[in-house]
Design a protein around this ligand. Structure first.
Ligand code: HDE
Length: 698
């Protein structure tokens, strides 16, 4: 039965009961005994041995000794947030899931974003798939949508998952390299397992290096099934689409960020929510009637395939807003346990063999990671729907069950909990029939067509990035036969791609295409066609020194801030700089503590003296050059244009009276006119990937 007392904040109210506030308290042991001293052990005399009597010392050290739990075997590094899901359009025709049919409900959620291959302490900006796991605390129980930011997967059958993960993880002899796919074992796996090819195209694309968790799509990947009140099934693919658009970092930038700020994506998510700039995602579904199951040239049960949006449009039906940071990383983000098998009535599985293996894996791994069968009682995992059953005992049982009967059927507890009733989960009655065999279906045999579709759909700059990524990754493989093997597969995806990669990694380029390119495209796959973004939450660096034109700093800063951007004033040192007219301009950060890779754009205001100083400062010159090379918006006013020239940014037209904007370089005489508007447009465009930049060293 759904809980009639459902409230929007029910999950937070439940969490509040477990939140412990230290204010006004005194230090105690775990037994509640007040402690007189926590800095000195109990010892026999001032220089004598510590004593076993010291229960506080023993307890303190023992607890510390047991603080760590195993990290997730994959998706170890993550960042979480609470939020709400609202439905705009009822899917009652297709499902009985209440949160997908009742548009008056607001469903609390917890989301965890993650990288896959790296350890808990690895950098955020590595080339990798990103997890996008959502726990909906619905009135009918928890529904977990455990998805990724790419719509396909590396393998078709879950039995290959341990092989794949062993191949991509650091190599066994020396645990090198950390959180990198650029090594022999992964590419050896790829060349011998061509079903990986489609996903490898996604992994080599900019999708694998998102600018922000708030700027990436999410996908349920598998085909699931919705089931309506009449028991009719409809195939469904789940989609998340970010309100800010789907945007990525530059590859060179990601590698530098990994050192400058390894927490880049985690921090970005935290800061956005802290600043009230709440990440928002549209929830959409692709629906396929059961009778259309075989109408595609691929198998709906094959997780290495998408349903092109041009064939089955994504129907937007809801919105997810992330609006609350966790209070404690371990308690919430680390202990949250997602499981694909957590479904509510009206949502069911299909026979996708990758999905089926996942049904087993998540609970299994969580039993060891979270120490026994009672982890659903951990506050972050507890449903808001009431839980009653005969599960008993086990490590860390938190509930007290006074009833004499812990079995069904019973007469001693009035037959309770009673089985069934309104809203009970019933499995979709799919008819199955077959011999027990170990054999991949013939309908899973085509590994190349959709990889080609992806390649064909890319803009020119996206193709360049993909070729660059293949060259980088294969260039890190020591074994030439592995490089050659991959190129041969790429020659079945697209001949041009194979030749370009081969030329970069020193192997024989294929002479002829192995398969003719089918020429089809799916425009929805290209990030170039994603809706333009905004400057919301974008970080802009304003470079200053003594003598800066403070009016320009204030005017441009005001315009950018009003548009939702975050402006930071950077100078050689912290404190204040003395502006041209004598005013003081507060410095947000000292330049040596940051870098251009941590910002979306840079602005150099005027002021002769300021610009002369900056032009002598290697950090400032590098800052501007690097931002330019990473195709970011670069703005300069008056004398500030001189710093751009000093950085080697030539070939752009400089303003002579008016505002000139060329490939994201915006120059002007003063912050007035349309300078700020042009700069805002240039920043909102995210990156100017087609910019000519090879001549600028950075
Ligand atoms: Fe997972 N996956 N996975 N996976 N997965 C885990 O569960 C697994 C797959 C995904 O933020 C593990 O609790 C198998 C596809 C996410 O906590 C583990 C197979 C997709 C997360 C596991 C897959 C995912 C996980 C590790 C192939 C996208 C992180 C710790 C059959 C649709 C969730 C854990 C979080 C985590 C197994 C393939 C997404 C070992 C066996 C496909 C987002 O159970």
């Amino acid at each position: 039965m759904a809980d009639p007392a459902h409230r929007e904040d029910q999950k937070q109210e439940q969490m509040d009961r477990r939140r412990v506030n230290p204010e006004g308290t005194r230090l105690t042991t775990d037994q509640g005994i007040r402690v007189d001293d926590t800095d000195n052990s109990l010892s026999a005399g001032e220089r004598g041995p510590s004593l076993m009597d010291d229960f506080h010392l023993r307890e303190k050290i023992t607890h510390f000794d047991h603080e760590r739990i195993p990290e997730r075997v994959v998706h170890a590094r993550g960042a979480g947030a609470y939020g709400h899901f609202t439905l705009h359009e009822s899917l009652a025709e297709y499902t009985t899931a209440e949160f997908l049919t009742d548009t008056s409900l607001t469903t609390p959620v917890f989301v965890r974003f993650s990288t896959v291959a790296g350890s808990r302490g690895s950098a955020d900006t590595v080339r990798d798939v990103r997890g996008f796991a959502t726990k909906f605390y619905t009135r009918q129980g928890n529904f977990d949508l455990v998805g990724n930011n790419m719509p396909v997967f590396f393998i078709q059958d879950g039995i290959k998952f341990p092989d794949f993960v062993h191949a991509v993880k650091p190599e066994p002899m020396n645990e090198i390299p950390q959180a990198q796919s650029a090594h022999d074992t992964l590419w050896d796996f790829v060349q011998l397992q061509p079903e990986t090819l489609h996903m490898m195209m996604w992994l080599m694309s900019d999708r694998a290096i998102p600018r922000s968790y708030a700027m990436m799509q999410g996908f349920g990947v598998h085909t699931f099934r919705l089931v309506n009140a009449g028991g009719r099934g409809t195939f469904v693919k789940f989609h998340w689409r970010p309100k800010l658009g789907t945007h990525s970092l530059a590859w060179d930038e990601t590698q530098k960020i990994a050192g400058k700020d390894p927490d880049f994506n985690r921090r970005d998510l935290w800061d956005r929510i802290d600043d009230g700039d709440h990440p928002e995602f549209e929830f959409g579904v692709q629906l396929v009637p059961e009778e259309d199951e075989h109408r595609f040239d691929f198998d709906l049960l094959d997780a290495t395939k998408i349903i092109p949006e041009e064939e089955v449009p994504v129907r937007p039906v809801g919105t997810l807003v992330l609006d609350r940071n966790p209070d404690n990383f371990f308690a919430e983000t680390e202990q949250v346990a997602f499981h694909l098998a957590n479904v509510v009535p009206g949502i069911d599985f299909t026979n996708d063999p990758l999905l089926q293996a996942r049904l087993f894996s998540y609970l299994d791994t969580q039993l060891i990671r979270l120490g026994g069968p009672n982890f659903p009682q951990i506050p972050i995992n507890r449903p808001i729907a009431p839980v009653h059953n005969h599960h008993r005992d086990g490590y860390h049982q938190m509930d007290v069950h006074p009833a004499q009967a812990s079995y069904h059927k019973n007469s001693l507890s009035g037959g309770c909990p009673v089985v069934g009733g309104e809203g009970a989960y019933t499995h979709y009655q799919e008819r199955v029939d077959g011999n027990k065999i170990r054999k991949r279906s013939e309908s899973f045999a085509d590994h190349y067509s959709q990889a080609t579709l992806f390649w064909n759909s890319m803009a020119g700059w996206e193709k360049e990035h993909i070729v660059g990524a293949f060259r980088f990754e294969l260039g890190k493989c020591d074994h030439m036969h592995i490089r050659q093997g991959v190129v041969e597969h790429l020659n079945r995806v697209d001949h041009d791609l194979a030749v370009q990669v081969a030329e970069g990694v020193g192997v024989e380029p294929p002479e002829e295409p192995a398969i003719a390119n089918h020429g089809r495209t799916s425009p929805a796959l290209s990030q170039a066609n994603a809706p333009a973004g905004s400057v919301q939450g974008r970080k802009i660096a304003v470079l200053v020194a003594d003598g800066v034109d403070s009016a320009a700093v204030a005017a441009a800063g005001d315009a950018l801030t009003a548009a939702g951007a975050v402006c930071e004033v950077l100078a050689a040192k912290d404190g204040f700089v003395q502006a041209a007219g004598g005013a003081q301009v507060e410095v947000t950060r000292a330049m040596p503590t940051v870098a251009s890779v941590l910002y979306d754009a840079v602005l150099v205001p005027g002021g002769e003296e300021s610009v002369q100083t900056l032009a002598q400062d290697g950090d400032a010159v590098h800052f501007v050059a690097e931002a330019f090379v990473h195709c970011k918006a670069v703005g300069a006013l008056d004398a500030g244009i001189g710093l751009l020239e000093r950085a080697g940014i030539t070939g752009v037209e400089f303003a002579d009276g008016g505002v000139v904007s060329d490939a994201g370089v915006v120059t002007g005489e003063g912050p007035g006119g349309d300078f700020s508007a042009k700069l805002i447009d240039a920043i909102a465009a995210h990156r100017h990937w087609t910019r000519k930049k090879a001549h600028v060293p950075a």
